[in-house]
Structure formats: C-alpha cells, structure tokens
Write a protein that binds this ligand. Structure first.
Ligand SMILES: Nc1ncnc2c1ncn2[C@@H]1O[C@H](COP(=O)(O)OP(=O)(O)OP(=O)(O)O)[C@@H](O)[C@H]1O
Ligand SMILES: Nc1nc2c(ncn2[C@@H]2O[C@H](COP(=O)(O)O)[C@@H](O)[C@H]2O)c(=O)[nH]1
Length: 199
C-alpha cells in the first residue's frame, strides 16, 4: 500500500473542504467496495455515506433511498440538466450520480463524506475537489474479481462481461489516485482504509 498523510493533515489547494472533507472510494465493480464501505460505516458511524441515484433496476434486497435512489432515465437527465449532480457517469448501460446538495450540506456541517463510485465519476471529483482523499481498491487478480462478481448472482452474462471488460481499463488508472489498496484479505484492506482516513 502507498501511504499518504491522513486526511486531517492534508493542505487544501484549490477548493477548501473544511470543516468537512470528502473521501472517494473507487475501483472495479465487484472488487468489494460496497462490502468494505458497509464495514467501515459500522465501525465509524460518524461518517456520512452518500446515497447515489441510478437508472439501474433494484437488485433483490436493495432499498430505494438506502442502497440507491432508483429513478428513470428521463428523471436522471432532468437532474443532469439542472446541475443536481456533483458527478455522474454512464456505467454498463445505466446512469449513476452523486446528489450535489446532500453532500455539500454534510461537508458544510463538518461531516466526513464518503463516495463509493466508478472511475469516471472519481476523476470528476478529483478535478473539482483536488483535496478529496481518493482510494483505489484493487482485486488480487482478475480471476478473483470474476469470481466475486459471479458470487453475487446478480448480473447477466452480458453484464458480467461488460463489467470485467471495464474492470481491466479501470485497473490501469489506479495510479491516478492517492492510495491503492488490494482487497485480498478483507480485514487487512479494511484496516488499510482506516489507517488512510484516521492515521
Ligand atoms: N476480501 C474479500 N475476499 C473475498 N470476497 C470478498 C472480499 N471483499 C468482498 N468480497 C465479496 O465480493 C463480492 C462483491 O463485493 P461488493 O458487492 O462489495 O463489490 P463492489 O465493488 O461494491 O461492486 P459494485 O461496484 O458493482 O457495487 C461480494 O460477494 C463480497 O462479499
Ligand atoms: N460515477 C458514479 N458511480 C457510481 C455511483 N454510485 C455507484 N457507482 C458505481 O457504479 C458501478 C456499478 O454499481 P452497481 O451497484 O450497479 O454494481 C460501481 O462501480 C459503483 O461503485 C455514483 O453516484 N457515481
């Protein structure tokens, strides 16, 4: 793992995030971002997790407003036009975006806000918030990544192929981000994220 200063010690350059701060967790689909995020939130309930909007259909067990805000393509496009997203991207045939107002309100009230998003969105956040701490989660191998995507039993063969193809492109971009963490042993990866956030 490449270490950088904990977020509290990072100097601001372009846009001040004080008193709150923004953390971006990115990496290929199926690498374990969501699972790591859930454990992180259990251990640090003071963190604010930004619930994204998407045009993807809910998977069994996903709850509107908690997992995602599930909305139609036309509603999503209306929100894009209205500047309602901090970032947004198209991924595997669906739109995904971070609601702007909720995140900025939480940052302004002093919260540490965490976004769990794909590469294009993470790049947009890095461009507009250069002081955000960005963490790229890597799989131990592509074979293991495929195994994890399949183990969810949530995606069609086409969707799996699309996600794996995109994963190979995303992994090439890992060095653009502040920290790279390999999610091989789950507890080690979680500890590495905690170390990056809290020193
Ligand atoms: N370290 C690990 N070792 C083995 N399995 C893991 C590990 N971390 C996560 N997993 C499993 O991998 C699968 C995919 O994890 P998860 O859904 O969190 O990925 P994700 O990166 O959030 O995917 P997406 O971006 O598509 O939402 C889950 O079944 C999860 O339990
Ligand atoms: N750019 C954004 N990407 C997002 C957002 N919310 C989630 N995601 C990423 O999309 C893919 C696919 O997610 P899935 O739930 O369909 O498996 C994954 O990499 C997520 O991290 C967002 O608001 N913006």
């Amino acid at each position: 793992m490449i270490r950088v200063l904990p977020i509290q010690s990072r100097a601001t350059t372009k846009e001040s995030l004080n008193p709150g701060a923004l953390i971006v967790l990115t990496g290929p689909s199926g690498v374990g971002k969501g699972t790591l995020m859930r454990s992180l939130l259990q251990r640090h309930p003071e963190l604010y997790y930004s619930v994204s909007a998407t045009t993807r259909s809910p998977r069994p067990g996903e709850i509107d407003g908690k997992s995602y805000y599930f909305i139609t393509r036309s509603k999503f496009e209306q929100l894009i036009a209205g500047g309602e997203f901090l970032e947004w991207a198209e991924f595997a045939g669906n739109y995904y975006g971070t609601p702007r107002e909720a995140v900025l309100n939480q940052i302004n009230s002093g919260k540490l806000v965490v976004l769990e998003i794909e590469l294009e969105g993470a790049r947009q956040i890095r461009a507009s918030f250069p002081t955000a701490l960005s963490i790229f989660i890597l799989p131990p191998s592509l074979e293991e990544l495929e195994k994890r995507i399949r183990s969810r039993n949530q995606d069609s063969e086409d969707a799996i192929a699309c996600r794996l193809h995109r994963a190979q492109e995303e992994i090439k971009a890992a060095d653009e981000f502040d920290i790279q963490i390999v999610n091989d042993d789950f507890k080690t990866a979680l500890n590495d994220i905690e170390a990056a956030l809290f020193g």
